[in-house]
Design a protein around this ligand. Sequence first.
Ligand SMILES: *[C@@H]1O[C@H](CO)[C@@H](O)[C@H](O)[C@H]1NC(C)=O
Ligand SMILES: *[C@@H]1O[C@H](CO)[C@@H](O)[C@H](O)[C@H]1NC(C)=O
Ligand SMILES: *[C@@H]1O[C@H](CO)[C@@H](O)[C@H](O)[C@H]1NC(C)=O
Length: 457
Amino acid sequence: MVRKRAPKSLIEILPTLVFCTLFVLHINQILTHLFLSDKETLNITVKSTQGGTDTCAGRYVYIHNLPSRFNDDLIENCEAYIELRNKCKYLVNSGFGPRISEDDHNHTTRVLTTETDPWYYTNQFMLEVIFREKMKHYECLTNDSSLSSAVFVPFYAGFDVRRFWGYNVKLRDELGEDLARWLRDRPEWRKMYGRDHFFVTGRVGRDFRRVSDQDSDWGNKLMRLPEFENMTMLSIETNSCSNEFAVPYPTYFHPKSGVEVKRWQMQVSMMQRRYLFSFVGANRPELEGSIRGEITRQCLASEGRCKFLDCGTSKDCGEPVKLMEVFQDSVFCLQPPGDTPTRRSTFDSILAGCIPVFFNRDSAYNQYKWYFPKDHTKYSVYISEEDVKNGKVSIEKLLVKVSEEKIFSMRNEVEKIIPKIIYTKPEDVGPEKVEDAFQVAVDRVLKRVSLFKTSII
Ligand SMILES: *[C@@H]1O[C@H](CO)[C@@H](O)[C@H](O)[C@H]1NC(C)=O
Ligand SMILES: *[C@@H]1O[C@H](CO)[C@@H](O)[C@H](O)[C@H]1NC(C)=O
Ligand SMILES: *[C@@H]1O[C@H](CO)[C@@H](O)[C@H](O)[C@H]1NC(C)=O
């Protein structure tokens, strides 16, 4: 079919998200159209779980037992790579990082839950480690790959690309090419030529889509290898539509049960919020066209209605308790793009029940479709980047006009998103488990593979 080839060649010409969005919408429509009955079948499979039938039917995942050079060696030798060194300390506790203790900060128990047990100093790039640990505890694992609906490839792609920042392209591409060969030679590959394979990375998609083989170009070319073009990649930010999907950045909160999540949601809903809005971030004067300067200016001019935490000068931005304190104290949280359109801060602020304000559709709406309500006006405010740039809009005036009822209903939506964007502890399994970011992702991957199985795309 034409659609099968279209994305590949078009991506090279038009590598923009806008295009991708249109394309994905198109495909989704076609799929929804063609597969209404498929959805119904999926529901039936899930429902039949209580009876004597196999509760995992259609949900089995096989984990490839990769040689350690593709994962464990990378983090074991973390300290050996200059580029990774300051990340190494965050690898502990399944990639959640060191635990936050009550004594770390005077406000800890006032800001976080009184039991600080679910809180960690989580680094934003640890998702591949976290996800693999979660996958090891997934309830429907199988060692029999003929039974599996999907195949998980526990490759630490982000650690691999990061360790060779600035080195020559040969070195940067080596391990990915090695893995491609390894995968292609497995019997599991022949089943669907990789269409049922997926992997997760804690870095942004563009790090893996280098456009040429010049050393000066960014990243490696992992996602341009033919084998990886057949696989599904989950990452914290995508810039391609064909086989990449965005999943939430990890937050600091990793509870072990639904009870802990509910308790937190309750706490969030009762918070008194001192500021109308806040901006936590650094100015980017060197970044042409960045609206952060204007946002900072407006925030500082608001006479106390806006809280600005300047990450350019203050160390507090590395301090989860301080960050969460600001988000909890604010009704709205401004999320302007930085180096890339998405921000980890979006997820931390949602966790704190703060209503996000976006300036670019690629910051969230075009990204986390598996996670956020389709109608973005339900949980967020959108102000166009252009209007801010042209000085056409006063953020304060705009936000002050939002009614109490609207704020209440938006915050309600934000609170409902919380369980879906957190990564609970790996041991959180069984019937009472939280439908967290991991669970949502695995379900969507399984659904995607099942669509391939009907061999339409
Ligand atoms: C907590 O407050 C006490 C007294 O105000 C102060 O001496 C101490 O340094 C503070 N600790 C931290 C971690 O901020
Ligand atoms: C798969 O095999 C390994 C090694 O024999 C074993 O430790 C693991 O429990 C098995 N997993 C499943 C889901 O059967
Ligand atoms: C990718 O999938 C297509 C179609 O399923 C197949 O023809 C092709 O050989 C696969 N590529 C690799 C490298 O296996």
